[in-house]
Design a protein around this ligand. Structure first.
Ligand SMILES: CC(C)(COP(=O)(O)OP(=O)(O)OC[C@H]1O[C@@H](n2cnc3c(N)ncnc32)[C@H](O)[C@@H]1OP(=O)(O)O)[C@@H](O)C(=O)NCCC(=O)NCCS
Length: 258
């Protein structure tokens, strides 16, 4: 049987799927985030009585939406343990009631509104029902069926409509693309395009040298404003000479700022 411990193409190196430096906590000091005084005040007055759903609604109205909201990130982190980078948006930013500790979303991640990720119910016990764990609806206080899953979604990944990510997947790589309707059960390498159920890599977005240049550039650490000098290059295919030159310049800019 084929080893599918990662979704690397046959013969591809597995090294790419090693974790890559997503911070544990969100960077709430990121100048790209917008903070509404009204929302801060409301949250201070109401605390947890201001539900996640309302924070999400008001963040859309007063802090420019998922991609730039400071308060949404703060509430996600403090109430559910989810860490989200700037410029990321979509379904997994919707504050649910239960903790999702272990979910880390990088910068510039696009998640369709219909993409899902969650944990397993037990499959080896008499019952699969949460009635027998999570405090137990019927008074049985039991442990969770398995340690809570972890998931890192790398910078600039794009997860399509109706995607389901199961606990078997711990990492969606930087710049990876998950096609509509995929069921992702294993890690997806950087810049891979994975589709289907179970998801399989159909190709990489770029050749290996271009993937390496993109990783070295770390362009996602800059804001759209900081990337303005390379705006034209950012809209070109990454293998174009102009885009490659821009990646070099961006890498140099980040090195000098460090
Ligand atoms: C994955 C995706 C980006 C690939 O686009 P593409 O590179 O133009 O791919 P193509 O249409 O050329 O298809 C290439 C092959 O993959 C298959 N394929 C493409 N998308 C697929 C999908 N979502 N599920 C299963 N197979 C898929 C095609 O059938 C084709 O197979 P073939 O070579 O055997 O004919 C695109 O199909 C997709 O799913 N986009 C997501 C759209 C979405 O959900 N948007 C939400 C907005 S946030």
């Amino acid at each position: 049987m084929t080893d599918i411990s990662t979704l690397a193409l046959p013969g591809e190196s597995r090294a790419e799927v090693a974790p890559r430096d997503l911070p544990g906590a969100p960077d709430l000091a990121d100048p790209a985030l917008r903070r509404s005084k009204r929302l801060t005040l409301l949250l201070g007055l109401l605390g947890r009585r201001l539900s996640g759903r309302w924070v999400w609604r008001l963040a859309r109205r007063w802090e420019g939406g998922d991609a730039t909201s400071y308060t949404l990130r703060k509430v996600l982190w403090e109430r559910t343990g989810v860490s989200v980078g700037a410029h990321s948006y979509g379904s997994l930013l919707f504050p649910v009631d239960h903790p999702r500790t272990g979910l880390r979303i990088g910068r510039y991640v696009s998640l369709a509104q219909t993409a899902f990720w969650s944990f397993n119910h037990p499959t080896d016990r008499i019952s699969t029902s949460p009635a027998f764990y999570e405090g137990g609806t019927y008074g049985h206080v039991g442990n969770l069926p398995a340690p809570p899953p972890r998931l890192d979604v790398g910078h600039d990944a794009w997860v399509g409509d109706y995607v389901v990510i199961t606990p078997g997947c711990r990492r969606i790589g930087i710049g990876a693309v998950i096609g509509a309707g995929a069921v992702v059960t294993r890690d997806v390498p950087d810049f891979a395009i994975a589709v289907g159920a179970p998801a399989r890599v159909i190709r990489y977005r770029f050749s290996e040298p271009v993937r390496e240049r993109l990783l070295q550039s770390r362009w996602w650490e800059l804001s759209p404003e900081e990337l303005r000098p390379w705006r034209d290059a950012m809209t070109k295919p990454a293998s174009d000479a102009e885009a490659l030159r821009a990646l070099e310049a961006i890498a140099a800019r980040i090195r000098t700022a460090a």
